[in-house]
Structures are given as structure tokens and as C-alpha cells.
Write a protein that binds this ligand. Structure first.
Ligand code: SAH
Ligand code: SF4
Length: 354
């Protein structure tokens, strides 16, 4: 077997067809079979001649990540543990919200950024995901959840990893998601969240067709942010916010800032005032995320009154601020809590009835 067809882009599939002495349009047919029809077996590609199918089948597989386990939360969120072909595990979270579905995707196995409030940081980074592994999360979870084709699907890169440190694979996956012959998902429903890797934000800004940008702010001063997010030493607030200010936005687009509220650390009224000053002049909204606690992490969630107080200060300064209640908290499925279940038997995922 030479490799996996799943994850190849349209041009690669067209080239593959030509290399196999087939007309170029067979590549587009393969693309549609892989990403619109989502066949698991080349035998199901009935619009492709049998000899080409057999030729491909002798050298390629159609490989999706394998669902190892899943656990359902009371609020409808389902956390999936997926195994990749090399045995590494990643997590993807399914969140139904009214008539829509949001999938929280991983971009790396682990993360190297090392934020002190994040579970994924405890793993370090093992490797980047391939485009096929990113696309495969969506294929596997949409199929397992039997999501109807007409359901609007939001994709957020807020699972394991720093997506802008794997920009090439992320953008290749985005191309497959947004293609009308692929998943046909709307770009405006996709969000890439970054801890603030400035040169990569600039590269992302240059992409001709890209998802929306979210930036994890999480602090109101450099001193505070460096203590929480060590990358702030290299990419401090002033430069980060200047980069956001220069980020080219479409007419209805805005930058989302995420702010994890940690009790007594970054959640005072003064913090909120400083945050309002920091984001001034940026078309943005702020998502306030109550911290999801875990035994290894030395923080506590801010009490609800504090969360509301923080929101009030921002709103009184005309900064749109929303409280994002993390879904799936009871099964540790909230963003930032993604970790290998095997690391801690107490939080290991179990098969749950859905
Ligand atoms: N690496 C990217 C995307 C993945 S993290 C980034 O940092 O933006 C996605 C979001 O989860 C980030 O906004 C992060 O601040 C938040 N997060 C991490 N750990 C968390 C925790 N324990 N509780 C609540 N949110 C957390
Ligand atoms: Fe990585 Fe994001 Fe977690 Fe920071 S918050 S360690 S960047 S996944």
C-alpha cells in the first residue's frame, strides 16, 4: 500500500488520475466520492471504471481515524476519542446546538505552547495532524452522529493543538471542507483559534479564502499573560493586538477574543478595564470562558457573579462580551480539557449509550 487517498486535495487526485493514464476529470470524481459521498471503499465508486478502481485499490486505502470510544454528556455534547493509523489518539467534540452542529477539531497530537491552564499542554506535542486526519475527524463524527446533509455545521479548531503551527494541513483541510464538491461547508462557519503566534496570524491573513480568526487573549497585562501563556514572551500583547488591528476583515467579519476566567488571577474589574483598552479599535467580540478545572491544574473557576461583573465592565465600555458556558463539562469534553483518556483512568472515556 502506498498510502491513503483520504486527505488528498483535488489537484493531487487529478494528478494521480493522469499518472494512471486516466482522464484528469477522474480526479474530480474521486474527490466527490471521498468527500461529498464519503465512500469508505473504492468498490463503492461506481462512476469510476473498474480497472482504475482496482489499480488504485492495490496501492491505496481510504483511511479514516478509527473511533476508539465516545462518551456523551448530559447536555448533548459527545466527546470522541479517535485513533490514528500510527496508534496516536486525538479528541473531537460534537456539540448539537438547536438546529446546528458544532465540531471542535484537533490540529495536533498534543501541543507545544504550554499554557499553564490547559490540559493539552500536559501532553507536549507529539506531531502535527495531516489534512486527512483533520478532515477524517469531521467525516467520522458526522457519520457516527448521523448528521443530516442539510444540517448547518460549524467547525472550530479549538481542540488539541495550536492550529497556526500546522497551518498548511489546516488550510488544506479547509479547502476540502469548503469545496462544493467536497463537504460544501461554509467558510464563515469555520473558526481557527490561536494562542497568538504573530507571524502565523499574518500568513493566515494572506490566505485568499480562510476561516474566521479567534485569538486566546486570557490576560490583561504582559506580566499576567506571560505567566499563563509562555509564548507571550516572544509575542507580547502590544504586537499581538496590533496584528489583530491590521487583520483584514470582511464586511460582516470580526475577530473573536477568548478569555478564560481564572479565579483571582485575571478576573478583576481592573482586568476587564484593561482588556477593553487593549481591544479598542478592533472589530471584535469577546468570549468569556469560565475555567474548566482539573486536578493537575492550579486554578479555580471564577464564581458566576465575577463572570457577570467582568462582562458588565466590558459591555459598559462597548465591548461585546458573551459568556460561553463550556459544554460537556461533566465528561471533560470542554475545549482545553482534551487529553488522552488513557493518561488518567479517572477521566478515561467509556463507551456510553447515546
Ligand atoms: N491552541 C489554540 C486552540 C486550542 S485551545 C488556542 O490556544 O487558542 C482552545 C481554547 O480553549 C483557548 O481559547 C484556550 O484558552 C481554552 N482553554 C484551554 N484550557 C482551558 C481550560 N482549562 N478551561 C477553559 N478553557 C480553556
Ligand atoms: Fe496549546 Fe491552546 Fe492549550 Fe495553549 S491553550 S497549550 S495553545 S491548546
Amino acid at each position: 500500500m502506498e498510502g491513503n487517498l483520504f486527505g488528498l486535495g483535488k489537484t493531487e487526485l487529478e494528478q494521480l488520475a493522469v499518472d494512471c493514464e486516466q482522464p484528469k476529470y477522474r480526479g474530480k470524481q474521486l474527490f466527490r466520492n471521498l468527500y461529498a459521498r464519503r465512500v469508505r471503499d473504492l468498490a463503492a465508486c461506481t462512476d469510476i471504471p473498474v480497472n482504475f478502481r482496482e489499480d488504485l485499490g492495490s496501492r491505496y486505502r481510504v483511511g479514516w481515524p478509527e473511533i476508539k470510544s465516545r462518551v456523551a454528556s448530559q447536555d448533548g455534547a459527545v466527546r470522541y476519542l479517535l485513533t490514528l493509523h500510527d496508534g496516536e489518539n486525538i479528541e473531537t467534540v460534537y456539540m448539537p446546538i438547536e438546529n446546528r452542529v458544532t465540531l471542535c477539531l484537533s490540529s495536533q497530537v498534543g501541543c507545544a505552547v504550554g499554557c499553564s491552564f490547559c490540559f493539552t499542554a500536559l501532553l507536549g506535542v507529539k506531531r502535527n495532524l495531516t489534512a486527512g486526519e483533520i478532515v477524517g475527524q469531521v467525516a467520522a463524527v458526522l457519520e457516527a452522529q448521523q448528521v443530516a446533509a442539510e444540517t448547518p455545521v460549524n467547525l472550530v479548531f479549538m481542540g488539541m493543538g495550536e492550529p497556526l503551527l500546522n497551518l498548511e494541513a489546516v488550510m488544506k483541510a479547509v479547502g476540502i471542507f469548503s469545496d462544493s464538491n467536497g463537504f460544501a461547508l461554509a467558510l464563515r462557519r469555520m473558526t481557527v483559534s490561536t494562542a497568538g503566534v504573530i507571524p502565523q496570524i499574518r500568513k493566515f491573513a494572506e490566505e485568499p479564502a480562510r476561516p474566521r480568526l479567534a485569538v486566546s487573549l486570557n490576560a490583561s497585562s504582559d506580566q499576567q499573560r506571560t505567566a499563563l501563556m509562555p509564548l507571550n514572551r516572544k509575542y507580547p500583547l502590544k504586537e499581538l493586538l496590533q496584528t489583530c488591528r491590521e487583520f483584514p476583515l470582511g464586511p460582516r467579519e470580526y475577530v473573536t477574543f477568548e478569555y478564560v476566567l481564572l479565579n483571582g488571577v485575571n478576573d478583576s474589574d481592573d482586568d476587564a478595564r484593561r482588556v477593553a483598552a487593549l481591544v479598542r479599535g478592533i472589530k471584535c467580540k469577546l468570549n468569556l470562558i469560565p475555567f474548566n478545572p482539573g486536578s493537575e491544574l492550579p486554578y479555580n473557576p471564577s464564581p458566576l457573579e465575577r463572570v457577570l461583573g467582568f462582562q458588565d465592565v466590558l459591555r459598559s465600555r462597548d465591548v461585546p462580551a458573551y459568556i460561553r458556558i463550556s459544554r460537556g463539562q461533566d465528561v471533560m469534553a470542554a475545549c482545553g480539557q482534551l487529553r488522552l483518556g488513557a493518561m488518567n483512568p479517572a477521566t478515561a472515556p467509556m463507551e456510553a449509550s447515546l
